[in-house]
Design a protein around this ligand. Structure first.
Ligand SMILES: C[S@@+](CC[C@H](N)C(=O)[O-])C[C@H]1O[C@@H](n2cnc3c(N)ncnc32)[C@H](O)[C@@H]1O
Length: 237
């Protein structure tokens, strides 16, 4: 008999197929090596508010499954629907929508892009909204220690996106015993200098320091436009 955590580690089933490469143009705008953090904010805001080919249109669930799998992992591992969840890099609110469908309503959203956050607000899937970029060079957030039961991150890693060091801030604001669930396109960790040979050592170091423990990591087929994703679940100690 597997525990809920173990069973979510094995949930590698995936429905989408037939990715359409032509929808990736805006995506590649956000994935340029060396891109400045301020540019990231404005590129996403522009993408969110485009009248034709907006983020929500192009990143439809058929092409981008990560938000569903993150919410499912929360549901697989936590039965109390009142837990406090922070969705970091919440974008236009895909993860929040799925969490709401699973019955979780005590969810806050944080994003660096005002345009993305405005779209999320219109969906009413989060309780509180934080316009904030987590991680250095920004100072720590004003969120109190140990406020959340679970943090979710879906698609938050990339050049100019969430840096490795933001893990420290996430650990600070999650309760001991709480979870940090992070899904990303797997190739990002190898392709970009911010993560290559840094991400894995960084998260392992946090384990050595007994800040968190890795519960599982799972490869997802067809996470986004046919590319594999990797989901990490860590328990804060
Ligand atoms: C690919 S989108 C993912 C959005 C959403 N989670 C989803 O699955 O659709 C990446 C998001 O990360 C946000 N972002 C980038 N760096 C960030 C940071 N340091 N802190 C918070 N949000 C960040 C961007 O503004 C953008 O909305």
């Amino acid at each position: 008999m597997s525990t809920p955590l173990e069973s979510s580690c094995k949930s590698t089933d995936s429905n989408p197929s037939n990715p359409k490469e032509h929808v990736c143009n805006d995506w590649s705008e956000t994935m340029k090596e060396g891109i400045d953090k301020d540019v990231i904010e404005s590129v996403y805001t522009e993408w969110a508010t485009k009248s034709n080919g907006s983020y929500d249109e192009k990143m439809a669930p058929y092409f981008y499954t990560g938000s569903y799998y993150v919410a499912k992992a929360v549901n697989d591992n936590r039965s109390d629907k009142n837990i406090r969840i922070l969705d970091i890099a919440c974008g236009t609110g895909f993860v929040g929508q799925h969490l709401n469908h699973f019955g979780f309503s005590n969810v806050d959203g944080m994003d660096a892009s005002s345009g993305m956050l405005e779209k999320a607000k219109a969906k009413h899937v989060y309780k509180n909204y934080f316009l904030s970029a987590i991680g250095p060079p920004n100072p720590p957030t004003e969120i109190p220690d140990h406020k959340y039961d679970v943090i979710t991150i879906c698609g938050g890693l990339g050049p100019g996106h969430i840096p490795c060091e933001a893990v420290d801030e996430m650990i600070r604001i999650v309760k001991p015993g709480g979870l940090i669930i992070n899904i990303t396109r797997a190739s990002i960790l190898e392709r970009y200098s911010e993560y290559k040979n840094k991400w894995e050592p960084y998260i392992a170091k946090k384990e050595e320091e007994q800040k968190w423990r890795e519960v599982c990591r799972t490869i997802f087929k067809n996470y986004c436009f046919g590319k594999d994703g990797i989901m990490y679940i860590h328990e804060v100690l």
